[in-house]
Ligand binder design. Structure first.
Ligand code: FAD
Length: 453
């Protein structure tokens, strides 16, 4: 028999449960990727470029095993049945997608396949997660709203060992393929991670060798102390179970496992409540007096470009544009600044992040934004407002991060790199603070108190 392996967020050949199923009983496997305009639209140039590079790397890996990636432009509900029909496939295999768009899309594809030939099913095996969303439930069968108890239940539930998929034993089959489009020209200046499964494994092994430093270094944006696995996990270039299987029970491993669990937690929340990607879980915060009109435009632009006059904020926003990635601590600082100092609704910031982050992921992005904005499930309380200057001093004590990303401050010595307005002379070309933190903090708290009454 022949099967179609429709790849989505699983752009790898090892530890691939759906590939194991597709290749069962010696079936010939047609690996397919659909360039779906519905999925590409919200993606900015860097994310699109990274996806295209990852697809090329996957194609190279397939060629090394005698196969070839079949790429087709179009709507999945048209393309998947068409390819299945062309090759006479007995089934289309996928890894399950739990996102709101993916679910509806997959229902449409299932229906289209069935309409064409009721004997050709779509078979879902595995997911992008160690534990599929929906599996870890509270005693009453609901989903967890708070991370701590979820984490305990998730750990207790446990996960399978990596799947034993061996691309060298698969009978790969091909079909007509469209060319991959050229990368967007504006992505050329973005320093993207090395694409592909081999690169993901190499980056992982390099990180694993220094995982003992992770608990201490992970909060230091000036030190490259985190794994940078997020973009690979996003596209499934490596499966999270592969990482989990490599961890021990040392401090570094424990801390890292907990971080991976946040990704699983937010995916589970999104699967249980698809509307949580948009809706406030604390609806009263929707009525905050947010900036509008020209003020909104001006503030949002300064924030997006990294021209707010707050060094740690500007460094983060510039790193995002330069690398398609930002350090987690700084993501929290810039998000808090946008919502609580600039009074811009979190949805604007979340949209900018989704456009530019190569790890941009609906569940992790929207829920982390809501965590910072104080309106999500298990959110930080609204009244906890980051002071960008003290955050900078605490987490970037030498100013290495700021100096690397804010060229106007590269020569500022000492602690004033985090409050350059205190220098006898403002560094040339660097903007004055767009707002006064103490004033805006007070305004946010007053507005919040008024809403609570
Ligand atoms: P590491 O510290 O090495 O962590 C390992 C892995 O754990 C990450 O790759 C990620 O998969 C997971 N992880 C760590 N922290 C979190 C977290 N808070 N929430 C969910 N998963 C986590 N992460 C995304 O993958 N996509 C996003 O779109 C995204 N948007 C964010 C938006 C905001 C406002 C904030 C505050 C955080 C966001 N994060 C997002 C979470 C986190 O910042 C990134 O996962 C992390 O910075 C990625 O770098 P790393 O792989 O080196 O992290």
């Amino acid at each position: 028999p022949t099967t179609v392996l429709w790849l989505r967020r699983d752009l790898r050949l090892h530890d691939h449960p759906a590939l194991v199923e597709a290749a069962r009983d010696g079936a010939e496997v047609v690996p397919l990727f659909v360039l779906d305009p519905g999925l590409l639209k919200p993606s900015g140039p860097a994310r699109t470029a990274f996806l295209l590079r990852s697809l090329r790397a996957l194609d190279d890996d397939l060629r090394a095993h005698g196969g070839r990636l079949v790429v087709r432009h179009g709507r999945p509900e048209d393309v998947v049945p068409a390819v299945a029909g062309e090759v006479g496939a007995a089934a289309a295999h996928v890894s399950e997608d739990f996102g709101p768009y993916g679910r509806v899309r997959d229902e449409r594809v299932c229906a289209a396949l069935a309409a064409q030939d009721p004997s050709v099913p779509m078979v879902a095996t595995g997911s992008p997660y160690a534990v599929a969303p929906g599996r870890v439930t509270t005693k009453s069968g609901g989903h967890y709203q708070v991370f701590g108890p979820f984490y305990r239940a998730w750990t207790e539930h446990g996960w399978r060992a990596p799947a034993d998929s061996d691309p060298s034993t698969v009978a790969w089959r091909t079909a007509r393929s469209d060319d991959l489009p050229d990368e967007p020209a504006s992505a050329r200046d973005v320093r993207l991670p090395e694409p592909g499964e081999e690169a993901a494994h190499a980056a992982w092994h390099a990180f694993r060798d220094r995982i003992a430093d992770y608990p201490a270094d992970r909060e230091r944006p000036g030190v490259d102390g985190t794994s940078r696995m997020s973009a690979y996990l996003k596209l499934g270039t490596v499966h999270v179970r592969t990482l989990l299987a490599d961890l021990g029970h040392d401090d570094g491993s424990d801390t890292f496992r907990r971080e991976l669990a946040w990704r699983e937690f937010y995916a589970a929340v999104l699967a249980a409540r698809p509307e949580s990607a948009r809706d406030y879980l604390h609806p009263q915060l929707e009525a905050m007096p947010y900036a509008t009109g020209r003020t909104l435009e001006k503030r949002l632009q300064a924030w997006e470009r990294g021209e707010t006059g707050y060094p740690i904020v500007d460094a983060g926003m510039r790193q995002l544009l330069a690398e398609g990635w930002m350090h987690n601590r700084v993501r929290m600082i810039v998000a808090s600044f946008l919502v609580k100092d600039l009074h811009v609704e979190w949805t604007h910031g979340a949209r900018h992040f989704m456009r530019h982050l190569v790890d941009g992921d609906l569940a992790s992005n929207q829920h982390n934004w809501q965590w910072v904005a104080g309106c999500g499930t298990d959110a930080a309380p609204f009244f906890r407002i980051f002071n960008p200057t003290t955050q900078g001093r605490k987490f970037d004590p030498e100013g290495a991060y700021v100096r690397r990303w804010v060229r106007e401050l590269a020569d500022v010595e000492g602690r004033h790199v985090h409050d350059p307005w205190e220098l006898p002379e403002q560094p040339e070309g660097y903007p004055e603070p767009i707002v006064d933190h103490a004033t805006e903090r007070a305004a946010s708290l007053t507005a919040y108190e008024a809403l609570r009454r």
